[in-house]
Design a protein around this ligand. Structure first.
Ligand SMILES: C[S@@+](CC[C@H](N)C(=O)[O-])C[C@H]1O[C@@H](n2cnc3c(N)ncnc32)[C@H](O)[C@@H]1O
Length: 264
């Protein structure tokens, strides 16, 4: 399968960009941002999401594990999950992901490195206007097509154990980082949930906290000093980052203030 270097989606053009671990990401013209840091798309995804959300532990402890990914993008999240666990677990995995640009999702299913490795193994591929589903062995994939602020509230079938919060940056993709957004994710999550994200923005940490999550800082990938994890499990005491949010009264992003808050 040939790797296409540029393609057109519903939201403008996309270019393929090589990253430092030799794997690829995509630059979105509409969001004017890469889907991954150039430090390494694949390694970053393993670190931020597979390890950050402790997927291996959830698989060992449960017969069914539900994963929510915010942003299907280049399908690196799906690729890493299968590379690590396909054939190595009998746990049923439901991987629900969201994608605003239908053409980007279709491209990723046909031309991405994920497609190159796994397309021939797809079973029961169904492509509908607002939803794409397929399975590979005990891994079920559901792509909710459209604005996640509209698609996710209608999806109440599963309680999520792991949340890969992988939207574009708060500046470029603010509606996926607000208190209201994280309240929805909280409602849809299992009490044992771990949400992990590459962002270390204090306002998004405050948004998570306002939505009811407990928040902790984690070493970041590559050049990033820190990233963020959130859970619903009680910590014995406030984490340092929660103390800092309270002490400095860091303001959360909300649906009504983000334009003001993210202004330069
Ligand atoms: C950082 S990329 C995700 C990368 C992906 N997780 C991967 O591993 O390749 C962010 C993705 O979120 C999608 N997105 C942005 N805004 C969205 C929205 N409101 N609803 C659903 N998807 C959205 C973008 O089109 C893009 O594919």
């Amino acid at each position: 399968m040939e790797l296409i270097l540029e393609f057109k989606g519903k939201l403008g053009n996309y270019q393929i960009v090589e990253t430092n671990d030799g794997t690829f990401t995509v630059h979105s013209e509409f969001f004017n941002e890469n889907c991954h840091s150039t430090a390494g798309a694949y390694e970053e995804t393993i670190y931020n999401y597979i390890e950050g959300c402790e997927v291996e532990r959830f698989l060992a402890e449960n017969n069914i594990v539900n994963i929510l990914e915010i942003g299907f993008g280049v399908a690196v999240g799906a690729e890493c999950l299968l590379d690590k666990f396909l054939g190595k677990t009998q746990t049923v995995v439901n991987f629900v992901t969201t994608e605003i640009d239908r053409d980007f999702a279709v491209w990723a299913l046909e031309h991405s490195p994920f497609a190159k490795k796994y397309r021939e193994k797809f079973e029961d591929l169904t492509i509908q206007k607002d939803c794409i589903t397929f399975k590979i062995s005990n891994f079920n994939f559901i792509i909710l097509v459209g604005d996640a602020r509209e698609t996710l509230p209608t999806f109440r079938n599963l309680k999520f154990h792991c949340v890969f919060q992988d939207a574009f940056s708060p500046k470029k993709n603010p509606t996926l980082w607000t208190v209201e957004w994280f309240k929805l994710i909280y409602e849809l999550s299992d009490p044992s949930v771990i949400l992990s994200t590459y962002s270390s923005h204090m306002s998004i940490r405050a948004s998570l906290l306002c939505a009811g999550f407990l928040v902790e800082t984690r070493k970041g990938f590559g050049m990033k000093r820190t990233c963020t994890r959130a859970s619903r499990q009680e910590y014995k005491k406030l984490t340092a980052v929660m103390e800092e949010i309270k002490k400095h009264a860091h303001q959360a992003l909300t649906d009504s203030n983000y334009q003001e808050m993210l202004k330069d």
